[in-house]
Design a protein around this ligand. Structure first.
Ligand code: ATP
Ligand code: MG
Length: 569
């Protein structure tokens, strides 16, 4: 779809002049916002919560609003400071020290957030695991990280193979019965002091271990340090556009990097009220959360937007969504069709942001004050140099597809792949961090995502990114979701095969398939039109909501499926 640029709306944006800021900004300026500038020692948990609790004007402000079908609770900055202090004391009493890995395997709850912050206050490294992981996934991650302690809930306990994890010394159970094999969260918290002497650390000390989504292979343990807060703070200010009175909601689970960088750090570093929703996705519940909590800034993902789009406009109309002023997206390319829908449903632009677990924070973004080109992931954040490079790390000219790369040295960059220095080294060529995504940059500096390198299709000598074809497919009235792969073909190298799911009210037929094929042919090009279209009930996705093209491909070719620990049921 060749959509016209969508003009920026004038207003009071934190970042008013992108070009000028991009040309002048240095990361050192951001550092001045933090307490460490005097001591050289830091702790991200202090900056996130305690700093606001120490401010008489802020301490009684709601930091966390938890809302789920069976529980509503709210904690002020002061209360969250105390609870996380208590948990830090619990850990200290159990022998946890700086640098130890302490993992969390639990549902989103106020206890999760207090525990997570408590871990950081001791100087230990937090490892959040997504609640839906099964035994193999839990074992792999606890084994690889050599986690010393785990915090979990009774209903998840049977997925923790305790006897096979020699490094795992203790398990803290939240909400369990008395059981001498485990430490009771409630009992320990009751006896723990609300005062805690924070472990001050260096900017380069570890704070977080996140395993990637597993879209392309076995998940990697990505190691982050306290220094990342500089970028969490600054992107929260300029991209999320957070202001004092905002109510912010990030829909990602803290088991994925978006759920920590932008579900914990960015909002609280900016002192903003943070809404956490428990429970499963449903369009009515999600719209209900926006309406009831008066959410003003909303960060979500294309997979959720596509589901809301499929649920129809009537569903949206039932709810008062007028509190919203800024919407953002991450995780997968944002289809132009979704942006068009967003303009209708919310009268707002949906701002795409591009980054990865490895990068720790946003790198290429759309900003409230900058004109947006639908389908483009935007422009680099100030302080970030992005380019398209060839396989030797040489810059390519405008409009040429190649490796999306970032010049080394942004604050939130991972510092290691846990237990795998070779893998870490392999990301870098010639001073560039090479992302594994392919893209091009237009003459005006906008970046356009084409696909993961592994996913790019070579058909009759043409390189086709699956994203473009998928975006076209879902513009067709019958198509709900689409995953596109290249299928080996003796004549053409590869042919394009599309897997689609249908919207309600449509059923499979040869006419429909042909109609869809013609639709892509007319809208994109003949060579991009799928030669094969297979209709499925669901498209395989990671638990973080990303289409797993590698699985579609291995099923299609009858190859081994590889690591499926993050596959959604
Ligand atoms: P794995 O590395 O284990 O295969 P993953 O790459 O999906 O999994 P994440 O770090 O969660 O794990 O996701 C980062 C990737 O998600 C990016 O490399 C990119 O392919 C995709 N992505 C994220 N945001 C966007 C976006 N705005 N547009 C296009 N792609 C995006
Ligand atoms: Mg990746």
């Amino acid at each position: 779809m060749d959509m016209q640029p969508i003009k920026a709306r004038s207003g009071n944006h934190n970042l008013e002049n992108y070009e000028q800021t991009y040309n002048n900004f240095k990361w050192d300026e951001a550092k001045a916002n933090f307490t460490w500038s005097e001591t050289g020692k830091v702790n991200i948990a202090y900056e996130t919560i305690d700093k606001h609790a120490a401010d008489p004007a802020k301490k009684d402000k709601a930091a966390l609003i938890y809302s789920s079908p069976d529980r509503e609770e709210s904690l002020t900055f002061e209360q969250l400071k105390k609870k996380s202090n208590q948990f830090a004391n619990v850990l200290k009493n159990q022998g946890i020290e700086k640098g130890d890995r302490v993992f969390l395997f639990m549902h989103r709850s106020p206890e999760f957030y207090a525990s997570f912050l408590g871990i950081l206050k001791t100087g230990a490294i937090a490892g959040p695991l997504f609640e839906a992981f099964m035994e193999q996934a839990v074992r792999d991650r606890l084994e690889d990280s050599e986690a010393k302690m785990l915090i979990t809930t009774p209903d998840l306990l049977d997925r923790v193979p305790q006897d096979e994890l020699p490094n795992l010394e203790k398990i803290i159970l939240v909400g369990g019965d008395d059981d001498s094999r485990y430490i009771s969260f409630e009992k320990e918290m009751e006896n723990a002091s609300e005062d805690f002497e924070i472990e001050w650390v260096d900017l380069e000390d570890g704070m977080l271990l996140h395993y990637t989504s597993g879209s392309t292979g076995k998940p990697k343990g990505v190691y982050h340090v306290h220094n990342a807060m500089i970028q969490h703070y600054q992107t929260g200010k300029w991209v999320l556009d957070l202001k004092e009175d905002d109510v912010y909601w990030c829909t990602a689970d803290p088991g994925w990097v978006t759920g920590t960088s932008y579900g914990i750090f960015a909002p609280w570093l900016n002192g903003v009220t943070n809404v956490i929703r428990g429970g499963r996705f449903s369009p009515d519940d999600w719209y209900g959360t926006i309406a009831e909590q008066n959410v003003s800034v909303w960060y979500s993902a294309p997979t959720a937007f596509r589901k809301l789009l499929s649920a129809g406009e009537e569903t949206a109309k039932k709810h008062d969504l007028s509190s919203l002023r800024h919407i953002l997206s991450v995780g997968e390319p944002l289809n132009p069709e979704v942006i068009t829908w967003g303009l209708k449903a919310f009268d707002l632009r949906i701002h795409d942001t591009w980054w990865m677990t490895e990068t720790g924070a946003m790198l290429i973004c759309n900003y409230p004050s900058v004109d947006m080109r639908p389908g483009s992931m935007g422009k680099p954040f100030p302080g970030v140099e992005a380019a398209i490079v060839d396989n030797e790390g040489n810059k390519l000219p405008a409009n040429q597809m190649g490796n999306l790369a970032i010049r080394e040295g942004w604050p939130s960059m991972m510092r290691a792949i846990w237990n795998n220095p070779g893998k870490y080294e392999s990301y870098f060529i010639n001073g560039w961090y090479v992302s594994g995504d392919s893209a091009y940059q237009d003459e005006d500096g906008y970046f356009w995502f084409q696909g993961r390198l592994d996913d790019v299709i070579n058909t009759s000598g043409e390189r086709v990114g699956p994203f473009e074809v998928e975006s076209k497919l879902i513009e067709h009235e019958a198509v709900a979701e689409a995953g596109v792969i290249g299928k080996p073909d003796p004549e053409r190298g590869e042919i394009i095969k599309a897997f689609i799911t249908l919207r309600e009210g449509y059923s499979e037929s040869d006419e429909l398939r042909e109609d869809i094929r013609q639709f892509v042919k007319k809208g994109l090009s003949a060579h991009a039109a799928p030669r094969e279209i297979e209709i499925k009930d669901t498209i395989p996705k990671t638990r973080s909501g990303k289409i797993m093209r590698r699985l579609l491909k291995s099923w299609e070719l009858g190859l081994p499926t590889g690591d499926t620990s993050t596959l959604e049921e």
